[in-house]
Design a binder for this molecule. Sequence first.
Ligand code: SF4
Length: 693
Amino acid sequence: SKMREARVKRTKTVCTYCGVGCSFEVWTRDRHILKIEPEHGPANGISTCVKGKFGYDYVNATNRLHTPLIRKHDPKTGSDTFVEATWDEALDLIEKTFREIKEKHGPDALAFIASSKCTNEESYLMQKLARAVIGTNNIDNCSRYCQTPATMGLSRTVKYGGDSGSIADIEKAGLVIGIGTNTSESHPVLATRVKRSHKLRGQRLIVSDLRKHEMAERADLFIRPNPSTDLVWLSAVAKYTIDQGWHDAAFVEKWVNKFEEYKKSLEPFTLEFAERETGVSREHLIQIAEEIHKAKGTCILWAMGVTQHCGGSDTSTAISNLLLLTGNYGKPGTGAYPLRGHNNVQGASDFGSMPNYFPGYQFVDDPEARGKFEAAWDVTLPVKKGLDNHEMMEAIHKGELRSLYIKGEDTITSDGNANDVGQALSEVEFLVVQDISFSETAKFANVVLPASPSLEKDGTFVSTERRIQRLYRALDPLGDSLPDWQIIQLIANRLGAEWHYAHPSEIMDEIAKLTPLFAGVNYERLEGFKSLQWPVAIDGTDTPLLFTDGFPFDDGKAKFYPLSWVPPSEETSDEFDLHLNNGRLLEHFEQGAMTYRVPGIEQITPLNWLEVSPELAAERGIESGSKVELKSKWGTIRAHVLVTDRVEGKQLYMPMNSVDQPVNRLTGAHVDRATHTPAYKEVSVNMRVLSQR
Ligand code: SF4
């Protein structure tokens, strides 16, 4: 047993699931994961949730990719098969095809999708490959599917698109408002902090959601506005606050521009109007304004119940406007908390995998920023903003985009309107998919490249609280798989670059030199459980709480951003009479590509379901276990019914975790007006009963 113990290795890592950023030691013996030991996590202390604690068997799952695969057409059978290939063969094909497409159709005929599961260094290299080697800004990441509207709302008002304080600061708030966030299932360890503060410290909790989830049950006030109308009640609360003289006039005077324009924009949002549009009573609207007025500090938490709408950016902006109005920025226990979904959705954007930004939100069309990157990389860079994920699919339909390189992203199950995305993926001339396992998207690929999950590599992630943390390699890469940064480097060098990164720390050193936001970031300062919250000054001073001394615009002031109300894109009709909502659940992550590969988790929740209200179930003569077919304008799926009062009236809810009957066959082509994030939450359907029981 001494020998067995000697083979046990303890490695510090960061959870690969949600954006809370729990860190812990993983104990391994060879490829066996023995246990997870949280001890010193700056975000989580000694806590983890079920996914972080037990969700690891996917690293050894049978569908892990061991070698590159190349699609071959068999003229005899007329069908395609995937044939195992060497790295050289796969890289030959990629090099040849990328060169041909670029020569024939120009660099903008190629596009790149980075991953929120990959490290910051990988996100940086992916955008460098697109920009410096290929010569296109066509680079995006999956925050386009979730949180880009929150980033937009914050960049319009306070500039930095991240949580304005630390998770620990939320505990200090007098009032927490959660809007469209199922926090206890989507961000469990963060939710625990709120629950504790609510229970023990008398913190007030207001929840706005369509569905009565655990946080809603606990809330002091739970409101259920009509779908997609959060902007209206937020604006009405702001107007009422000004009318009562409850706004923080001194803060606004000192720190915020455009108050008069904002005030004028709020005129239509009377209590009567808001009551009519949202269905929230006048008393409750007044109560919310009063609670904010009385509270010692208000934090607003929001997630995809806000962002995945045609007005997702506008509602996020309305949240930030309200916080500015009431002086709720720059002090502990105040501020904006757009809760990031993936472990590194924050970092993927921070480190430049975006069509309009270099790392650290430096605009590609800013000559000064561009000049700096051109000098450092010794190339001429494209000026024009690139295509986002949504525009990429459209450009494929138009024949303008010929090649797509997707890493760590199952686009077909994640993007809205799955049937249309499937069409685009079959149309694109050349598709490279790089992933840890053979995904649904890989089925469309010309070349599939085997990558390593987080436990098999070094690097850094940024959590929802802007916290940069290191992960260390606990396992060797499986088979011929390689960490994504190594694969990107191999491809770049095939295309004529001369990159010689021997370790991700060297990539971070380059980033720090080029990015003021990360000026003082290096691997030494992130050793072990040490972490840094951006912005990080060159001397290594980090910023757990933003805006303590003004806002990062030129004059040091934030901006109110006036808004107007646009009703939702898709409302219920005679043909599609029910509203369908969707979201996460505790046990699974996203479409379940990893968690369905964990036998324990799979046994607890093997099947997806559809939540139906008791009223609707009675009306349709169905019960839990009945099977139904749902149809939207965009597609059809089948599901088992679960009757529950978590949903109300003609509202349905479905977890998004199904590979087999994905909810995205029902979601449509509507997108957020400012960012093109799919309006996953604006879907009307009808329901046909297939079997009563
Ligand atoms: Fe991982 Fe999020 Fe759970 Fe923490 S709360 S263990 S980061 S999934």
